[in-house]
Design a protein around this ligand. Sequence first.
Ligand code: PHE
Length: 453
Amino acid sequence: MAQQTSGRDGFATRLGVLAATLGSAVGLGNIWKFPALTGQNGGATFLLVYIIATLLVGLPVMISEIMLGRKAKANAVRTYRELGPKGQPWSLIGISGVIAAVLIMGFYTDVAGWVFAYIFKAMSGSIATTDPAVAKEAFVALVGSPTQSLMWQWIVLALVSAIILGGVSSGIERTTKILMPVLLLLLCVVCARSLTLPKAAEGLAFLFTPDFSKITGGVILMALGLAFFKLSIGMGTMTTYGSYFRDDQNIPVTAARVMLCDLSISILAGVAIFPAVFNFGFEPSAGPSLLFMTIPAVFASMPGGQLFTVIFFCLTAIAATGAMLSLFEVPVAWLVEEFKMSRAKATIGTALVLGVMGAPATLSMSVLGDFKMFGLNMFDLYDFVSSNILLPVGGIFICIFAGWVWGSKRTRELLSNGGHLDNAAVVSGFLFVVKWVSPVLVTIVLLNGLKLF
Ligand code: PHE
């Protein structure tokens, strides 16, 4: 083992491990992206495919990554290089992950910027409306302004860099541990209000009554991409986080808990948003703007709504920050350990690259609106290439690596913590899925979704 890994910072407690891993998974993916994609892709059917993808692909890839990261105690690039047979290019998984992290941050910081801006809009009362036209106007005024949206994106980048400079355990662990439960509580409040709206039933029907005619290869790929994005897998984030795991942590159980919590939060967000969409006459397929229009509308229809709106966007901002910290950690850990850069330099360098890279995504809502590649604007392109191509491809190779290269014997050893855990049946099930089911499924969905067969 390389000597500079011995002094690695790590998560101090087992609860801290769970909280920090959840902190990476839970974010704009649950609150913003999940409702947006569900609304655009026909509701319940999409939800169903997404849940299947999470169970059959998401969970196994997550377990594999954490296991390998904890074994190597290194960043993603080094993990696959060191654990793989010499001379084989497995470290490309890590490299592709670094690229995916940068692409995701390119649009994620943009949306996070909108969330931060909405905290202030909520304080001023300017977004407290149940009228779809007024809500849309407020949203467009923000995303359509190049200066405002860029300014918010850069504020977000500066903030995240500042937290990263504080180090792994102090920065990430502390922030996420306290605030996750509060976010959950507030989501329940929104759900309660949303469910008591007069036309709530229509929204619930949309979310929970599947219509199988809506399934296409493209929709399935989208749901699979969301499963990867949601659990922060396929790109080395969970490998890097695994490297901070304690040796006595039960990996399959921790991963399953994270997956279940994460899924519950997404579904809660759906229950908070869709009844309101149908009640107030919003467009379910509004996409990126959906969250920003419906949540203020729900709160505007209840007492104390303004305060709740402010708190809601604050907590969403914090959840987004937890996820961004983990995204940042991928290139930062790589630069520090591969190129012996100081943590400060690596963080600032990453932030500068992101400031430049993120701008085209942000500006695609305004001045660069007509600039398209493969029919997508830069915001959608970053999202598509990362979630729907790089993460699934990374996932295929991670499964092959864990199941076939690392192999059954060593996997049993690692997942039972050297025989200390009595989980042989669970590990056998995991090995079967990771060898035979997940890689095959992802390959088929990917090729079919990209219309390659
Ligand atoms: N899982 C995070 C979310 O849903 C996003 C993310 C993706 C974070 C990939 C890290 C890596 O918001």
